[in-house]
Design a protein. Structure first.
Length: 367
């Protein structure tokens, strides 16, 4: 029996201290209260222009949504460690209430995908502590979208450490009341600006081509007295009319008809679009097949394999950054981690009951 199937002992239970209100700026920023006062006023929140621009690229939006959807279905669990005589053994602990709902205004299934969103696009995320326990640990928190945050002492594209000067919607807030989470990779909008720009230009070209009327062919005079523009237009109209009504169109020795070489795949730039999507899949650390791209000899056999690939190559580093930062808000020796058992479990054939066999007509006749 695994360690997580055993009962939680009394010694392993995490105490739930009484909750008190956290300082909201306080005297630290007594003259600058615009930031804290706007926390929770959703109308003032901004996702960010560069982030919204990147989301207009279908492959980036798909990559983001795939990982966010997986994180929305996952839960955190609280653990400790105990020496068993040979090594440190992981021990399950009774969770603090915020592991079930960190923000009183919204469930974790909504909050954490947006925490990931900030990490994915900006490379960092800020959680503002809205209440603390009596012993000073975090009891609840809310997300501050990066589109509304500025840090004069830290500038992108690379974050070298935690900021000591944070502004939210133009107002300063105490960094001691902010849980700063940092991604191990640069934010998408900073490391992929040229790729995003190319993808948007390519999509614009495809949209223009999809609405452009492309002639099926063209008539060309190769000899004789040159025809006027009106004569050429009348000739083309009569030629088209004959083709549309399945009649015979006649051309003399001085006129030739050539079909255009434009095809749907060329007009919609299919190959270029697929190449660009593959580049974005690489930047997002997403297996290309999850974006509907051909993968050559590589293939996955089950949805469990797809989830495993998505977690291993893409989501796990962001999820680890979140759980590590939240663990810093707990007493030493305790930490939180994501429960990946259900997400990564692979059903064996023995887990399913065999389907009842249907009798053949011959067996029915014998009965």
């Amino acid at each position: 029996m695994g360690i997580f199937t055993s009962k939680v002992t009394k010694a392993a239970v995490s105490p739930q201290p009484e909750v008190t209100a956290a300082a909201v700026g306080g005297a630290y920023y007594s003259s600058q209260v615009a930031g804290p006062n706007l926390i929770g006023d959703w109308w003032s929140y901004q996702a960010g222009t560069l982030r919204n621009r990147a989301m207009s690229v279908a492959s980036i939006s798909r990559s983001r949504d795939l990982m966010a959807a997986v994180l929305a279905s996952m839960e955190l669990k609280m653990c400790g460690e105990m020496w068993n005589g040979e090594e440190m053994e992981q021990v399950p602990l009774a969770p603090r209430s915020w592991l079930r709902q960190l923000d009183p205004e919204m469930p974790n299934s909504f909050l954490f995908p947006w925490v990931f969103d900030d990490l994915f696009f900006f490379g960092r995320c800020f959680l503002y502590i809205t209440s603390r326990t009596k012993d000073g640990y975090m009891a609840s928190a809310t997300r501050l979208p990066q589109g509304s945050c500025t840090t004069p002492d830290a500038n992108p594209p690379v974050w070298f450490g935690k900021s000591k000067e944070i502004y939210f919607n133009g107002g300063a807030i105490d960094p001691n009341d902010v849980v700063q989470i940092y991604s191990p990779t640069q934010g998408m909008i900073f490391m992929s600006e040229q790729t995003i720009d190319t993808a948007l230009k390519l999509e614009g070209a495809r949209n223009r081509n999809s609405t452009s009327a492309i002639p099926a062919g063209y008539l060309r005079q190769v000899g004789g007295e040159p025809l006027s523009a009106l004569e050429l237009a009348a000739l083309a109209e009569s030629f088209n009319q004959a083709r549309m009504t399945n009649q015979t169109a006649a051309l003399n020795e001085y006129l030739t008809y050539t079909e255009t070489t434009a095809t749907p795949d060329k007009m919609l730039l299919i190959d270029a679009a697929e190449y660009q999507s593959r580049e974005i899949a690489n930047l997002c650390n997403i297996p290309p097949y999850l974006l509907g791209l051909s993968t050559g000899s590589y293939a996955y056999s089950t949805s469990a394999s797809a989830k495993s690939d998505l977690w291993t190559f893409g989501l796990s580093m962001y999820a680890t950054a979140i759980s590590a930062a939240l663990s810093q808000q707990l007493p030493r020796g305790t930490y939180v981690k994501w429960n990946t058992d259900k997400m990564l479990e692979v059903h064996q054939m023995s887990d399913y009951e065999p389907m009842p066999q249907q009798n053949t007509q011959e067996e029915n006749a014998n009965d």
